[in-house]
Write a protein that binds this ligand. Sequence first.
Ligand SMILES: [Cu+2]
Length: 250
Amino acid sequence: MSSRIIRSGDGLKKVVDGYTMAKLTNTAKVGKPGKLTFVIDGPTGKPQLDFTLQQSKLLHMYVVRDDLTGFQHIHPDLNTKTGVWTVPLTIAKPGPYHAVIEFEALKDDGNFDDRILGNTFTVAGKYTPVTYTPVSGTNTVDGYTVTLDPTAKVHGPDMHLKVTKDGADVTDLQQYLQSYAHITGFRKDTGEMVHMHPNEVPPYKTDPNALGGPNLTLVSLFADPGNYRMFIQFQTNNVVHLVPLDITVS
Ligand SMILES: [Cu+2]
């Protein structure tokens, strides 16, 4: 679990250390539910069938369009006989998409390999990229205002994140996938991905109902400078909110 703090890829490569994200297929058409399927081939070349749970899921997938819109954090299911992963997907807008997967492959010796792989797919239709207009410092979605340091340093000091609503501190952040927040960033010019969790880890084993907020801190896991769009997810009243914020990493 704590291994998730260690970066094991940036989501730009289909193959990392012999693990391959293969046969990515999308059946979703604009506005119509479809599915994504893929296979993770292990270092032997055969589909990997054994995985360990990370934050209650066997695999985390992050989908984003090339213009850094349309972000989704979804959880495919594994067919443990064939090694085929499947996830329902609905896409609102056509264009080129990037799908990043993060998993822990269980090895025969009982150890596991934590890896991040990425691949691309296209949703048919005319692609009109949204002009990059950074929003940094604060952003409000669903009435929740998130404040995030507008700048960070590569492997630099901790970053600060705060959640408020109508000017008041939000102190009822629920545990969502065993964390008070999930922060997924993509670098604007390369699509490089980084996924972070607050240092304030909830007692999900002993008290799954414990609440958090308003202040959270994050270890800066950035390996490279650049402009990043950060997608901040958190849950209140059983609803997951998604707030994008742009930051500059130097
Ligand atoms: Cu997460």
